[in-house]
Design a protein around this ligand. Sequence first.
Ligand SMILES: *Cc1c(COP(=O)(O)O)cnc(C)c1O
Length: 392
Amino acid sequence: MARGIETKCLHLEEEEGRGSDHGAVSYPIYQTATFAHPGVGKSTGYDYSRLQNPTREHLEKVVATLENGSDALALSTGMAAIALMMELFRPGDHLIVDADLYGGSIRLFQNVSEKNGITFSSIDCYKEDVESHVRDHTKAIYIETPTNPMMNVTDIEALGKIAKKHGLLLIVDNTFLSPYFQNPLDLGADIVVHSGTKYLGGHNDTLAGFLVTNREDISEKLRFLIKTTGSGLAPFDSWLILRGIKTLGIRMEKSQQNAMIIAEWLKEQRAVTKVIYPGFPTHPGYEIMKKQARGFGAMLTFQVESRGSALAILEKVRMIKYAESLGGVETLITYPITQTHADVPEEIRERNGITDSTLRLSVGIEDVKDLLDELGKIFREIEGGSYGRKKS
Ligand SMILES: *Cc1c(COP(=O)(O)O)cnc(C)c1O
């Protein structure tokens, strides 16, 4: 019987009972650049750490298992993973990409990939007729679900069918939910992308990225690319991510629990005009989320009544950190317009609904009472005399 995901975060079935490495329970950090050969024409299985290193390999196996893939590659950052993935394409190729993506991905596509002769159609995959955008030279569909930061939910299985029918790759950035809550390969995706910096690492202390696939041909191409371009994850950082993954399950559960409470609380505040959280039954993607994911995650976006209120909140937070990034144990608040999405052209930002009063919360695992206490104080201050619950 297949093991539960919490167990998979801790144990690699294939490596059990081997008794190697002095019985170390924590996988060793092989801090070495190169490996001595036992003889001419002989190898220990490792030659040089750019090609492969045992610590990185162990991490890659764990992540492949978590995503039900046959292979995973660990890279130095999420962007390094996406940049490597783009090397699968050549000049003249066309990709359909979601309009609301991580800002860094949009920047890469517009400033690097386009220069290299790749063209893009940027559309709202959650509501548009994706198939009508397929051209002769279309090679892939690239999405996030839920999207960053607007939390649009796309039906992965439906897109998988369109991709199969037209021979396209379906690539899903699964950073927001992590493999704990969603496994796109099971729903028809060909490649899963992760910023391992976020939930997989989980502690706001290490950068990493992953590409996971269940296709032999893709894995072969990616293996060639990682050794050729050299953006594999370092041994120590691989170990940090391995350590983070051990607690993925309890971190995801606790931060989701906190996020639901905070999302409900924010809805009641007068200064808040909108709360976008896919765990609300009123969220347009709620039913699809229930079908394709095992949870709703711990990311939420909210609008306040004015830019002034948004700035005041960012100035006043103390325990909650005003910082880019997400998915760590500490709660972070982000201002997409000047941070994660600063390089996204204004017309795209506006179309996606990112304004100067949009804030994003990555809810951590603190005692939720303390988070509400801090937010409560801040809202009392910014709302002045008008503080209080909305009259409904
Ligand atoms: C952070 C992030 C990335 C980029 O990852 P880095 O590790 O920062 O390079 C890509 N996609 C999403 C959804 C992200 O949140």
